[in-house]
Design a protein around this ligand. Structure first.
Ligand SMILES: Cc1ncc(COP(=O)(O)O)c(C=O)c1O
Length: 391
């Protein structure tokens, strides 16, 4: 399979891990030799309930038996999508009441940017250095990492960058600004958490100049930081919330949520302001609904913070310079890229899945399923410490 994978499936890296997958269950992924790998990555934060959670699988199967795709987004009332949007609203501040469902995170970002321009009649978009919001042209335009976007220029005009957590840069948010878009916790940059009430200050400056605030919660979302969404840890409510990854419970999804007065602007000038064929797909929405129900009805969110403490207690080593992040969105910072590479690659040999972050070569991602047990955390951490001891 590996040979055909490399030959027929388009590659974006010269050294993919190329593990040959057989099946996955709970916190484990199995290769075709039936070797079990403990998963500390969860499909890059996309499998909050682990693999093949019975409630999610059963919701998908039930929906498959009823209907799959029947109509483009927004024309027919389809129960899974309606209930998902309603349950999201129930768990969000009152102003975030209406949700548009998309097929991926980056597509939800595109919708949010369009909505901000449509609502303000302004064009300037402010994003952060080292931000990652996806890979379509709009999202690429607001990526704060020139090396990865240079080859695709020209991109969107009127995009300006500020430094995350730098209050002085907030003066660049002016009456020309349509929106400021930030990750609540910067992911690709190395799990950088907002400090000194930074988000509150961004919110205040946006309010002062009439700019909209978009928070990208595609990674912190759905319980990973101890609250359903990361922004709920801070005193800052965005005008547009963008979600994805974990929301799908292992299926492809994205969503942006705003007030109905904002969202209804997509109905006119022009009409059909944002359209998609498959967004809100009933099978995917059923998976998302089951996932959201399980996370909001269980203790998984609170337990994420207890599990963080266990990781921090066990991951003490001279080669671990820092552990960044909150809850189960953690990054080990090693002294060098070489050590990070050795740790990620050797862990795979030893049956533990770790992964890199996009723009921080010294970081090792730890974003396990929220359902991971204390025993599994202990087992994985002892593999990490063992590898570091041998470096
Ligand atoms: C913060 C953030 N925004 C946007 C995206 C893009 O989401 P997708 O890959 O589903 O398009 C990602 C994906 O990694 C992300 O981490």
């Amino acid at each position: 399979m590996k040979e055909d994978f490399l030959k027929y499936q388009a590659q974006t890296s010269s050294h993919p891990l190329a593990m040959e997958i057989s099946h996955a269950k709970g916190s484990y992924i199995y290769n075709t030799n039936n070797k079990a790998y403990l998963d500390f990555v969860a499909g890059v934060s996309a499998c909050p309930l682990g693999h093949n959670h019975p409630k999610v699988v059963s919701a998908i199967k039930d929906q498959l038996d009823k209907y799959m795709h029947v109509m483009v987004y927004g024309e027919y009332a389809q129960k899974p999508a309606v209930e998902l949007a309603k349950l999201l609203a129930k768990n969000l501040p009152e102003s975030l009441s209406k949700t548009y469902l998309t097929n991926s995170g980056t597509e939800a970002i595109e919708g949010a940017l369009k909505l901000a321009r449509r609502a303000t009649g302004r064009s300037e978009i402010i994003a952060a250095n080292k931000a990652y919001h996806g890979n379509t042209m709009g999202s690429l335009s607001i990526m704060g990492y020139e090396e990865r976007k240079q080859a695709f220029r020209p991109l969107l005009p009127d995009v300006r960058f500020i430094e995350f957590n730098n209050e002085k840069d907030l003066q660049h948010i002016t009456t020309k600004t349509a929106c400021v878009i930030l990750e609540t916790i910067q992911g690709g940059a190395g799990f950088i958490v907002p400090k000194n009430n930074y988000l509150e200050k961004v919110r205040a400056q946006c309010d002062k100049v009439g700019a909209l605030l978009i928070l990208d919660e595609i990674q912190p979302g759905l319980g990973r930081t101890g609250t359903l969404f990361g922004f709920q840890n801070y005193n800052c409510i965005p005008d547009i919330l963008v979600t994805g990854k974990a929301l799908g419970g292992g299926m492809p999804i994205g969503a942006f949520t705003a007030s109905s007065s904002l969202m209804d602007l997509l109905m006119n000038n022009p009409k059909l302001g944002h359209i998609t064929t498959f967004g809100g797909h009933p099978v995917i929405a059923a998976s998302a609904l089951a996932t959201l129900k399980e996370i909001t009805n269980s203790k998984l969110m609170q337990q994420a913070l207890e599990k963080e403490l266990l990781f921090r207690k066990l991951l003490v080593h001279p080669l671990i310079k820092e552990i960044r992040g909150i809850g189960l969105m953690l990054a080990i910072i090693t002294p060098s890229e070489t050590i990070t590479n050795s740790l990620v690659l050797e862990s795979q040999n030893q049956g533990l899945i770790l992964f890199w972050l996009l723009f921080e070569p010294k970081a090792v991602r730890i974003t396990p399923p929220l359902t991971i047990s204390n025993e599994e955390i202990t087992k994985g951490c002892s593999i990490i410490i063992g590898i570091l001891n041998n470096i």
